[in-house]
Design a protein around this ligand. Structure first.
Ligand SMILES: *Cc1c(COP(=O)(O)O)cnc(C)c1O
Length: 227
């Protein structure tokens, strides 16, 4: 068995273990395999090993790889998206995890031929180095996008937790996003469906699952360190 398949088996065990700890069904947790910096052959090996969802963070990489891989995978965009590059990927991406400002919503709304599924990125820990809305402005943002942008379908929230030595310190971040997710859910905003809570990466996915993540985004755990 190759290394990717071995890693996927180990990860699936860890997902199941984390889910069991909090009485969740592991089948409710979707794995997004983060393929940024990996070449097409490596991605094809992952698809052969059973991966279905891949995540990329650069427009140029999506364009090159989509040419070769096409609809053999579901495509997730997880990086900061420049407004002037929307047109290059809008028809390839199945879910954009990184709606982080109103101008991007407007551009997506304008260029979309059909409703674009998006997650709103929240910078829960308010790190300078990261994109995303503040927790306190997210509800208004969701309401405004839902009211103004008929071609955008808000499907949930995404966050990137701070990189810390003690993974327990991420718990409060994930918990806050989960609470915000539920708060928005309860508002029953027209055209907003809180389906996905995208949080958890190689270093912290088990804590994220314990706190309610139903999409986790893993690169290093599947492919090893990036160059
Ligand atoms: C790179 C990246 C990941 C995956 O990170 P790993 O630590 O390799 O699992 C997940 N989410 C986002 C937004 C990323 O940019």
């Amino acid at each position: 068995m190759n290394k990717i398949s071995e890693n996927l088996i180990k990860i699936n065990h860890r997902i199941a273990e984390a889910a069991r700890k909090v009485n969740r069904d592991p089948r409710d947790i979707q794995l997004i395999t983060v393929t940024k910096t990996r070449d097409v052959a490596t991605i094809e090996a992952a698809l052969a090993a059973g991966v279905m969802d891949i995540g990329e963070n650069k427009v140029q990489e999506v364009r090159e790889k989509f040419d070769k891989i096409g609809r053999n995978a579901r495509w997730h965009f997880i990086g900061h998206l420049q407004t002037n590059k929307v047109k290059y990927i809008i028809n390839s991406i199945d879910l954009i995890h990184s709606l982080d400002r109103y101008s991007l919503a407007e551009e997506l709304n304008k260029k979309a031929l059909k409703p674009v599924p998006v997650l709103v990125q929240v910078n829960v820990a308010q790190e300078e180095s990261k994109f995303g809305l503040r927790v306190s402005e997210t509800i208004d943002f969701v309401q405004q996008v839902a009211a103004d942008c008929g071609n955008i379908s808000i499907q949930g929230l995404m966050t990137i937790a701070p990189h810390v030595d003690n993974v327990e310190e991420t718990r409060i971040v994930f918990r806050q996003l989960r609470q915000l997710f539920e708060q928005i859910s309860k508002q029953n905003i027209p055209h907003v469906d809180m389906n996905y809570l995208s949080m958890g990466m190689t270093n912290d996915f088990e804590v994220a699952i314990e706190e309610g993540a139903n999409m986790i985004r893993l690169g290093t755990a599947i492919f090893g360190p990036r160059n």
